[in-house]
Design a protein around this ligand. Sequence first.
Ligand code: MG
Length: 156
Amino acid sequence: MNERYDEVIRLLSERGVSRDDIARCIIFLQKRYDENISHAKCLEVTDKVLNDPDIQNAIIISLELDRLAEKDILESRYIKEAMMKDDGLFGVDELIGLGMAFNYGPIAITNFGYIDKVKPDIIGKLNAPEDGTCNTFIDDVVGALAACGASLLAHE
Ligand code: MG
């Protein structure tokens, strides 16, 4: 585990997301292919994905953007408003998630689209934030992390 791994774990946990939450989303994606899939195995691939420097950068910038929108220090009113109401036509959050999934191949890409639609577990909770909280980017980040982890499992 590298230094940025610890940073990423800390940032995610500040936003209410744990490794266990990501592992549960991987189980959601993979259980139809392996009904005996273990939580421990899903945690293992979660950590592999969370150690990828490209993924780490995507997480850090995404969570930073959510925080900046909440603090109301984004210069663009358009971006601030789109982010605070999680405008479905904004789409940059999904593009970052897709970008993360692209590095992990077609299984990750299709799983990202699927989990973004179904929004299981933590993703559903993130998608309905309290007033004043901006979760525009983090829900896609978590969906992408699960999709990438599911792809690693599928290829094992
Ligand atoms: Mg989003």
